[in-house]
Each structure stands twice: as C-alpha cells, then as structure tokens.
Design a protein around this ligand. Sequence first.
Ligand code: THU
Length: 146
Amino acid sequence: MPNNDKSLKARLLREAKRSLRNSYSPYSRIKVGSALMTTNGRIYSGCNVENASYGGTICAERTAVCSAVANGAVGNNKKIRAILIVTNQQKIWPPCGLCRQVLAEFSTPQTRVYCMNASGQTLETTFAEIFPNAFDQTKFTRTRRV
Ligand code: THU
C-alpha cells in the first residue's frame, strides 16, 4: 500500500473513531463511525443515529455525507475521494444498500472504501466494486445543476 494511502486511512480512522464514540444507538447497541475525505482534501465524519421509530434511523455513512453536503464540500464537481466505516462488531460491515445509493451521488468509481471491524481488520475496495452500474446523475440526459 503506498504511503499516502496509509496516512489517508489513518486520518479517516481517527475521525471515524471519534464519531463512533458519539453513536446514538440505544436500540441496537451497535456503534458505527464513518469519515470521508473529499477530492478537495476536507474530512467529514458521522455516526449512526437511531430512532424509537426504527425506520427513522440514519447510518453513519449518510450522516457523514450529509455533513459534507451541508458544509458545501461535496456536490456537482466535488466528490468523495475515500470513505472509511468502522464498527464495534467482529464482522466487517460494508455499507448498506441505502447508503450505497446515497454515496453514488457523490462518489466516483475510483472512490476508496475502507470497512473496518472492531479488531482493525479491513476490507479495502472501491465504490465501483461494491456498487457497479449505479443509478446516478450520469443516467440523466439533461441534468439541471443547481
Ligand atoms: N448501520 C450503519 O450505521 N451503517 C451501515 O451501513 C449499516 C447499519 C447502523 C444502523 C443501525 O443503527 C445499526 O447500524 C444496526 O443496523
């Protein structure tokens, strides 16, 4: 693994772990933290936020994406360079289907995806690999950019 890849992963891990500690998960007791780096080099993180009405739960990945959007850091030409997800579980958790669809809006096929379990074992992959042929804005013949 090239050195800059290693330091990217280390920086994302630090931020994702910081967010994981804020996980609001009284129902599942599962803690998830996520951190992403944009193509401009900015980092945003998030944790899972559960709700008494279970369907209202928001995953850590989507919290991080919404934070990046809210801060103007991702959008039309600003994408996610890499995202890391860490859990307090023994199995490695890849992003759920809903998160993949949301990530598709702001990722590229080359976006790095790191999924880490509680012991630090990591699945390192790309967005194209976990979500091929995504339904995204490239499928629109006329996209209104706002
Ligand atoms: N969760 C995430 O934060 N990310 C995923 O990709 C999968 C699931 C959270 C949602 C819920 O709080 C808990 O993990 C159990 O599903």
